[in-house]
Design a protein around this ligand. Structure first.
Ligand code: M6R
Length: 605
């Protein structure tokens, strides 16, 4: 999604803005732009990569500016729609969607404003200009305009001859960076660690004024606000590509470390404690009678795996809902229910809104399972568990997923213990399995050469089917999502038993069918489903366990994972599917880390 960087400092801020935009590239974008004050306005915009904007900005010097990467919502990706948008001597960058933009645009057109783009952002620029006629101070004008905007937004504004940047946010992320020689703002911390580690997370409705030596924040209620300064622990290396060709590749191979870091707190533990989920957890997780998981995309697939674990281990009913559906449907609230929001970014608009919706229905037992500390979803929930995957840059989520699974298994086992359903023996075994996970995943990564050899056979296909059963049905869904999002091959995940109820009609020699076949109690059932595919000429690619009784035959290709991992097997079985989609995308030559039309942080509906 769109990314914002803003800077006012003693130093030349042009390289800071460009470097910041590069760090935000992973969020997904189609055009980029910058507005500099020196002291009149210079605006540069380009369609395509930040590198092109950087070339245009070569030689520019300024101490005051705003920059943006745009992910198109209103209007096609083009130079005229790229931010910043200007009105008179002011420039605006914006992340989010202004829902009442059409009404505001009509009002501004009637007042004589001409529009040169199709964006909702230009409305904001003209509205500030119009407001400045009666409210001459930029800060106060932005405050007044924010009151008129409906939707989700983060905005940064500069004006010719002014010595400040004014920013505001509502429903979209924005943080401030407090530097030695100036002050900064950005959509996330990765853009600013080049200049400072001292970060302030703005709250909903905050308006802030940044000058070289001062920062002023006013809350949504219009009074001066004190916000906590956080020391960012984000490592600069964590966002560097290093020796890898793509972030997705790096992140797939980082999974052993990411799991080890996430599970560090149970490193030497002899037993599980609800305190893992926050200080209020012992009280809140007590007597949980049902669980509602809310998430989107890959995070939702993690939730679907967790449903099997929670019901099996803890004996507690669990439902998983796609956040964008839950937030708008009329549901029957259960104030005692534990609501678990899963999100890598912690900023996904639908997931955030679904938690707010659950809370508005009286459901106060909320737990965020998230990879980004201090993100909006973490701040919205009463309890938190932070996965420690490190920054995930590739749009296709990989290490976030496996660390979410590890955290969710901890939750299921903890709930089981609270419910008196976990013997000391089982608890000890689960702890051992969890601790061994990084090593087990490392061994699965060694399958890469064999998977690479399979990838070439998928690259010319139009469609693919992914099958799994039980715990591995969500893994089939995840495998299909990975393939479609980065290779653009249409792929569907199905519970294998459902095949004969429709999708079997699609199977022929041109349709590769991938199956997850761990050596569990459903293996024989799954094998019958695979026979149904083979009988229709389908080409089968099976990821089995070392001891799964599935043998190679014409039309049936088998790769074996080194060990069977019981309940935690989904954490291992997803890894070859990640590698498969990565290598298929490489053969197809797609933009692996930034697939078309997608964004990393989905901060709009
Ligand atoms: O940051 P979140 O986990 O809330 O993101 C949810 C989805 O947007 C995300 O998982 C998406 O489906 C990924 N691109 C999948 O690889």
């Amino acid at each position: 999604m769109c990314g914002i960087v803003a800077a006012v400092a003693e130093r030349n801020i042009v390289p800071v803005l460009i470097e910041g935009l590069k760090k935000l590239e992973y969020r997904g974008y189609d055009s980029a732009g910058v507005a500099l004050l020196n002291p009149t306005l210079t605006r540069l915009r380009s369609v395509g990569r930040v590198a092109e904007l950087a070339a245009q900005a070569e030689g520019q010097v300024a101490h005051h500016g705003i920059a943006h990467t745009r992910w198109a919502t209103h209007g096609v990706p083009s130079q005229r729609n790229a931010h910043p948008h200007v009105s008179g001597g002011l420039a605006v960058v914006h992340n989010g969607i202004i829902e009442n933009y059409a009404e505001l645009k009509a009002e501004l057109q009637a007042a004589g404003y001409a529009f040169s783009s199709d964006t909702d952002t230009e409305v904001v620029a003209h509205l500030i200009s119009e407001t400045l006629k009666t409210v001459p101070e930029l800060f106060a004008a932005v405050q007044a305009v924010a009151k008129r905007l409906i939707g989700a937004y983060a905005i940064a504004v500069i004006r010719e001859w002014d010595d400040c940047i004014v920013v505001t946010r509502h429903g979209a992320p924005l943080l401030l960076g407090l530097g030695e020689d100036g002050n900064y703002a950005a959509s996330d911390a990765s853009a600013l660690i080049q200049v400072t580690r001292r970060m302030v997370y703005l709250e909903e409705g905050d308006v802030a004024e940044l000058k070289r030596g001062t920062v002023r924040i006013v809350g949504a209620d219009g009074t001066a606000a004190e916000r906590t300064v956080h020391e960012s622990t984000l490592s600069a290396d964590a966002v560097e590509l290093g020796d890898y060709a793509h972030y997705m590749q790096k992140e797939i191979f980082e999974q052993p470390q990411a799991l080890a870091a996430t599970l560090e707190m149970i490193g030497g533990a002899q037993s599980l404690t609800p305190n893992l989920f926050g200080v209020a957890a012992p009280e809140m997780l007590k007597d949980v009678k049902s669980v509602l998981i809310l998430a989107c995309g890959t995070s939702c697939h993690a939730g679907m795996v967790a449903r099997y674990w929670i019901e099996q281990l803890a004996g507690i009913p669990c439902t998983v809902e796609i956040a964008s559906e839950y937030r708008y449907r009329v549901s029957v609230p259960n104030p005692e229910q534990l609501v678990v929001a899963i999100s890598q970014s912690g900023e996904t608009a639908d997931t955030l809104a679904s938690v707010k919706h659950a809370k508005s229905l009286g459901m106060g037992r909320t737990l965020a399972l998230c990879n980004v500390p201090e993100s909006a979803i973490v701040r919205e929930c009463a309890l938190r568990f932070l996965t420690r995957a490190g920054p995930e840059i590739g749009v296709a989520s990989t290490k976030a997923f496996t660390t979410q699974l590890a955290a969710l298994f901890l939750l299921a086992a903890t709930l089981a213990k609270q419910a008196g359903r976990l013997s000391a023996d089982e608890e000890a075994k689960h702890l051992v399995s969890l601790r061994h996970l990084p090593v087990a995943v490392q061994k699965v990564l060694a399958l890469e050469p064999a998977i690479k050899a399979w990838a070439g056979r998928f690259a010319d296909k139009q469609h693919a089917l992914f099958l799994g059963r039980g715990l591995h049905y969500p893994i089939a869904l995840e495998g299909a999502l990975k393939l479609k999002e980065i290779s653009y091959i249409h792929a569907e995940g199905y519970p294998a038993g459902e095949l004969k109820h429709g999708p079997l009609a699609l199977v022929d020699k041109n349709m590769p069918v991938v199956s997850v076949a761990p050596n569990d109690f459903l293996l024989e059932k799954l094998k019958s489903n695979l026979k149904e595919v083979a009988a229709r000429g389908g080409e089968l690619y099976v990821f089995a366990d070392a001891d799964s009784a599935v043998d190679e035959e014409p039309g049936l290709h088998v790769l074996r994972l080194p060990e069977h991992y019981g309940l935690l097997s989904p954490v291992l079985h997803v890894v070859p599917l990640q590698l498969l989609s990565y290598h298929v995308a490489l053969v197809k030559g797609t933009d692996v880390d930034k697939p078309r039309n997608l964004a990393k942080s989905v901060t709009v509906e």
